[in-house]
Design a protein. Structure first.
Length: 703
């Protein structure tokens, strides 16, 4: 079994833009032992408290609970909700020397808890909404902008008797209560903001309100529906709604609309407003420019687009703002780059993409995105493939680098839950062995690295060559172990037993000099150009064009030979039989060049043509039209028994097609041939009425 220690050191040295320092990544603890994950999601799941780091994590034994990193050790602070369900602890704040946070238990629901950093000192503040009902709005649907530490109090949304209103606490039970003069019209307060020593908020209904510090009355300042964000500056409080931007000095009289806007809402997290050098920046949409970054000085004339980064009506609303080196860095997009890291100094010329991390039109940022900074560098999660890694940057393209957090080289680290603590970065990162667990990264550790490639110890198998280390990609066929992994092939990449100089395709194990050529697969399987793969009959046509690649006389350029049953020219539309297209093949048709002659045609008498292919060109010996109507013999064709009308019986003669006399008898106007064969017969005689001669041709179809 793998032995797990509290700390696993990962020496990943990073030079280039930060030449004096490297970083050491330390696994704080495998909180959820094995490959299970201890990562939890929340609004504010970390807090620096009395030199320690308090954070939320989960495991199979305790569920989602509160943990503490203190004196280089990680331990469970308290099992608040005993069992493996967990307390869903979140919203951690330091207040008057105490840690205050929200947690849920089966007995009291979501309530506020306090801690002094010890198990014994971690206690329920009070069950303000008695019983299992929640007393604080901290579960699903809540957000960080519903909490604010201001004037030595934590303001939050308290719940009592199904009423969601503004409360405050100083960290004691006695100092926790609803805000004075609050009413139901102030329900669901959000965007809690401090401006000029007064607390402002907006509600789920209408209006932006403040608590007057002199009278403690709740006063409406801006009557605006659908308020998204508030931002306090030294001079003004900015109010951003779905369709309007306002400013206020703290009174209704001092409130004014700056601009009608169209602020985007899709996939948005964080404040849409940010201040840089006395100007406020925000996303705005117009039909001419699409979603772009705008700036305002609080006046209508001073409100304008910073730059149409994606020219025309397309655009991307800037998100994930962070201030660094007197610039605003954010997640943005321009044509043909995807979503990447951008910067602005407030001017059009100073607004640009910092780096296209994956170098393609695909986005390097995926949800969720984190972008934070301290006074030394930017920290963010992005991707040069689909899965994300940790990146740091000094704000320039050349100073942006990917950092490996874990020892796992089989995939991306997928870092989540970034927090800056003790001049270090804490993140949860994914490792195949341990799953998502917390790491702390010190970027300011000096380590001896002779080749200055950013890797030392077991991560660098050649300290004389900066191109060789565990972070390098293996370069095939150069004879070097570039990635310091003996298992990564440098030659015979397809592992078929033939090195590249002998193998015509070193990426396919089925292609090598000893393979059997497989016809028509488009590959030189045996690495021998002389072995045919196509056009086996060598007629100049490959199989895709040739309807018979085994016969050189058959190809699209051959001449069709009639009546041989072979499609010589590979064209089904070229006739090989039934050339007159009358529906009868040549063995059925007595003339395959004449459409009107076939076994189904009607015989035309006296034209010396055998239209119906019965072997006889029919002749009617008496052409007198009266004979045709006076002497009748029917049916015709018949089975040898026919009815006759106006016929002088004693004059009748019947001959076959060869002129031989046929025996017959007549009774009651019925003519019956004696033992006739199938074929054509001629009946001759005289009419009974006027003794005129007639001849009739009849066809016997059955005996």
């Amino acid at each position: 079994m793998k032995s797990k220690s509290v700390f696993k050191l990962i020496l990943l040295v990073f030079i280039c833009s930060f030449p004096a320092f490297s970083q050491v990544s330390t696994l704080l603890k495998d909180i959820n032992p094995g490959s299970g994950s201890s990562l939890v999601y929340g609004e504010q799941t970390y807090c620096s408290f009395n030199g320690s780091l308090v954070f939320a994590a989960q495991n199979a034994e305790f569920g989602h609970e509160v943990w503490i990193y203190k004196n280089n050790e990680v331990s469970l602070l308290k099992d608040i909700n005993p069992g493996n369900k967990g307390s869903e602890a979140d919203y951690f704040f330091e207040l008057n020397g105490k840690l205050v946070f929200s947690a849920e238990t089966e007995e009291s629901g979501f309530e506020l808890w306090t801690s002094d950093g010890t198990t014994e000192g971690t206690q329920l503040l009070a069950d303000f909404n008695a019983g299992t009902k929640d007393g604080v709005f901290a579960g699903p649907g809540s957000s960080l902008d519903r909490f604010l530490v201001f004037d030595n109090k934590l303001y939050f949304t308290g719940i009592q008797n199904s009423s969601y209103t503004l409360w405050s606490t100083d960290g004691t039970k006695e100092g926790t209560m609803p805000v004075k003069n609050i009413s139901s019209k102030h329900s669901f307060p959000v965007n809690l903001t401090a401006y000029k020593d007064e607390l402002y908020f907006n509600t789920a209904f209408d209006g932006v309100f403040k608590i007057n510090k002199e009278t403690e009355e709740i006063e409406e300042v801006v009557a605006l529906r659908s308020t998204y964000n508030l931002l306090a500056t030294d001079d003004l409080l900015y109010v951003l709604g779905g369709s309007e931007l306002w400013t206020t000095t703290g009174t209704k009289a001092g409130s004014k609309k700056v601009l009608d806007i169209d602020s985007p809402t899709v996939n948005w997290r964080g404040n849409r407003l940010v201040e840089l050098n006395k100007k406020v920046y925000f996303p705005n949409y117009t039909s001419d420019t699409g979603n772009e970054l705008w700036q305002t000085d609080g006046t209508s004339l001073g409100t304008k687009i910073v730059k149409d980064v994606w020219p025309g009506s397309k655009g991307y609303a800037p998100q994930n703002y962070t201030l660094f080196k007197n610039k605003l860095f954010y997640k943005g997009e321009q044509e043909n780059t995807g979503i990447e890291l951008f910067e602005t100094d407030g001017t059009a010329d100073g607004t640009q993409m910092v780096i296209n991390i994956d170098g393609t039109s695909n986005s390097s940022f995926h949800l969720p995105t984190t972008l934070i900074s301290d006074d030394k560098r930017l920290y963010f999660n992005a991707s040069d493939s689909f899965y994300s890694d940790l990146f740091i940057s000094d704000g320039t393209k050349n100073g942006t680098r990917k950092i490996r957090v874990t020892n796992d080289r089989s995939g991306a680290d997928e870092p989540e839950n970034f927090f800056l603590f003790d001049n270090k970065l804490v993140v949860f990162a994914d490792d195949n062995e341990t799953g998502y667990e917390p790491y702390i990264i010190d970027f300011d550790v000096e380590i001896d690295d002779p080749d200055a490639d950013g890797y030392v110890g077991e991560d660098d198998c050649d300290e004389t060559n900066p191109a060789v280390n565990k972070g390098a990609a293996e370069i095939f066929y150069n004879g070097l172990d570039d990635d310091c992994n003996p298992l990564t092939l440098d030659d015979d990449i397809d592992n078929d037993g033939y090195i590249a100089v002998d193998d015509c395709d070193d990426t396919d194990a089925n292609v090598h000099p000893n393979a059997i050529e497989i016809p028509y697969n488009g590959k030189d399987d045996d690495c021998n150009p002389e072995t045919l793969d196509d056009d086996f009959d060598r007629d100049g046509y490959i199989a895709a064009e040739d309807c018979n690649d085994g016969d050189a006389s058959i190809n699209p350029d051959a001449e069709e030979i009639p009546y041989n049953g072979i499609d010589e020219d590979c064209n089904p539309a070229t006739l090989d039989d039934d050339f007159d297209n009358d529906g009868y093949l040549s063995f059925e048709d007595c003339n395959d060049n004449e459409e009107r002659i076939n076994p189904g045609a009607t015989e035309i008498p006296n034209n010396d043509v055998d239209e119906n292919c019965d072997g006889i060109a029919e002749q009617i010996l008496s052409l007198n039209s009266e004979d045709e109507t006076i002497a009748k013999v029917y049916p015709n064709p018949s089975n040898g028994i026919m009815h006759v009308e106006n016929v002088e019986v004693k004059s009748l003669k019947v001959n076959d097609s060869k002129g031989r006399r046929v025996v017959f008898k007549v009774e009651n106007n019925t003519l019956k041939l004696i033992n006739p064969s199938i074929g054509t017969f001629f009946i001759e005689g005289k009419t009974k009425s006027d003794k005129k001669h007639f001849t009739r041709k009849v066809l016997i179809l059955s005996e």
